[in-house]
Design a protein around this ligand. Structure first.
Ligand code: GLN
Length: 500
């Protein structure tokens, strides 16, 4: 589907790689053009924290040499410029997590997902902005300032993968990696009119992703089409000896998840799409209801059967997520103590003073809030009441989803669930900044899916007038565990069925 300008669209990653491989263009020219766009636009949009002019140009030339020698002919991402969310480690430049704590941190190694893209011929042109340590839903918790939405620069891009979404939406790069713990790929994709895909928990290695909540974190792509998202997914998915939670299951339809054109199995029954009642409960912005309606109609036109379904525990997802994620974060972030990593306070009086001041100076207010919340609910006397209760709720929430998507009964099982990625479109910078709960509510439709560990993808559904500006609104399709290939095919059916 095509979207109105602004923003501009870059060529697809598939098209760029084809052109570089066939010699129609060079990686050097492609990367120079991307860097030019970034230099022009980034001072306004603030999508990138760091831009790698020299390194990217050198790597592009190396790809051209390999293509010329015939050795680069099979690189699926030959010469494709990409951005990495700056909580994904790279063996050069800084990995800041948009935090003062890691302002000067240089990772000695490159994350597996990033390395796989580089091995496939991609060129990392820069590190993308984010909410500090990926905690947030607007990009405003970045120590480098928020990224601005290319559709309306007075609005946020959503978050926490704000810069990745911004860079793809503005046509600066065709693909970017983000991370999604409770919605941080799917919500910004909706707010910027991009495709954002969170694979099943464990499908993509987390090695080199700075940990936020380890039982939820997952890396995934932003792209301008389902095709490109599927291409990136096929490259980054699969087991990694460095991440013991990465699954050893084979990645279905290895190579190209879209190889089969039918959404379901070739002999398929009509597709059954469940629309949860709680996602239509009246609290949504009209643009969100409009997007859901358009997607429902498009899928029905494509021959799918649409059924209303219940997720009885879905109302508890935000509460459970905001206990479990901060609990894990408080433990993961304990390593930033001013001794081993990160910011160190000047002239401490003693060790205690070093810890306290380094952490107080290094972490921003939202990260400190999460650490305090997490430490509190894990403390003795509160652990059972809060943390254990949240784990029980997580089980019930996950059970609701898996019953619908993975139940035994063929007649009632859904091929996917259709729901909004967020309760509203992109909101104004500053609007929710003083109200943490309002920001947490952005995750109402994504956090439960994360607690269940399911794969889910946001696809742009409509554009509409909101307070005098044209804004995109996406929809989210949620699939069964490990069935990314089917989910991506279904997403492509939806993408092609929506009015252009
Ligand atoms: N908005 C959620 C949070 O602040 C999700 C963040 C994420 O997925 N990284 O925790």
């Amino acid at each position: 589907m095509s979207l109105p300008t602004p923003p501009a669209r870059s060529d697809s990653a598939r098209a760029i790689a084809d052109a570089v491989r066939s010699g129609e263009t060079t990686a050097a020219d492609t990367v120079a053009a991307a860097l030019g766009r970034i230099d022009d636009t980034n001072p306004r949009l603030n999508a990138f924290i760091d831009i790698f002019h020299q390194r990217a140009s050198e790597q592009a030339k190396a790809i051209d040499t390999r293509v010329a020698s015939g050795e680069g002919k099979n690189l699926p991402l030959a010469g494709v410029p990409i951005a990495l969310k700056d909580n994904i480690c790279l063996g050069w430049g800084r990995t800041t997590c948009a935090s003062r704590m890691l302002e000067d941190y240089r990772s000695p190694f490159t994350a597996t997902a990033a390395q796989r893209l580089i091995n496939a011929g991609a060129i990392v042109v820069g590190k993308a902005n984010l909410d500090e340590f990926a905690m947030g839903a607007s990009g405003e918790h970045s120590v480098f300032g928020a990224s601005k939405n290319p559709w309306d620069e007075s609005r946020t891009c959503g978050g926490s993968s704000s810069g990745s979404a911004c860079a793809v939406a503005a046509g600066l790069v065709p693909i970017a990696l983000g991370s999604d713990t409770g919605g941080s790929i799917r919500q910004p994709a909706s707010h910027t009119g991009t495709v954002g895909f969170k694979p099943t928990y464990g499908r993509v290695s987390r090695w080199g992703l700075v940990a936020f909540a380890s039982s939820l974190d997952q890396i995934g792509p932003f792209a301008t089409s389902v095709d490109d998202a599927a291409l990136v997914y096929a490259i980054i998915a699969g087991t990694d000896p460095n991440d013991l939670t990465s699954s050893a299951r084979s990645v279905d339809d290895q190579g190209d998840p879209l190889a089969t054109t039918d959404a379901a199995a070739p002999d398929s029954q009509p597709l059954r799409i469940g629309v949860p009642r709680f996602a239509q409960s009246g609290g949504n912005h009209p643009a969100v209801d409009g997007a859901l309606k358009a997607a429902t109609a498009a899928l029905a036109n494509a021959g799918a059967e649409i059924v209303e379904v219940d997720l009885p525990h879905a109302d508890h997802a935000i509460a459970a997520y905001y206990l479990i994620a901060p609990a894990e974060a408080s433990s993961n972030l304990a390593r930033f103590d001013g001794v081993r990593y990160g910011h160190r306070a000047e002239s401490p009086a003693d060790l205690e003073d070093l810890f306290v001041r380094s952490r107080t100076e290094g972490f921003g207010p939202e990260v400190r809030r999460r650490i305090m919340l997490g430490t509190h609910i894990l403390s003795s006397g509160y652990y059972d009441a809060y943390y254990l209760t949240a784990l029980k709720a997580r089980r019930l929430i996950a059970g609701d989803y898996t019953r619908l998507l993975e139940g035994e009964d063929d007649a009632s099982r859904c091929d996917a669930l259709l729901m909004p990625p967020a309760p509203g479109p992109a909101f104004k910078l500053g609007d929710k900044l003083d109200d943490p709960l309002a920001l947490y509510l952005e995750d109402i439709y994504t956090a439960g899916v994360s607690l269940a560990g399911l794969p889910a993808i946001t696809i742009p559904a409509i554009t509409s007038e909101v307070d005098g500006v044209t804004l995109p609104t996406g929809v989210q399709l949620v699939g069964a565990h490990w069935q990314e290939a089917k989910l991506l095919r279904l997403a492509r059916v939806l993408e092609q069925s929506l009015p252009a």
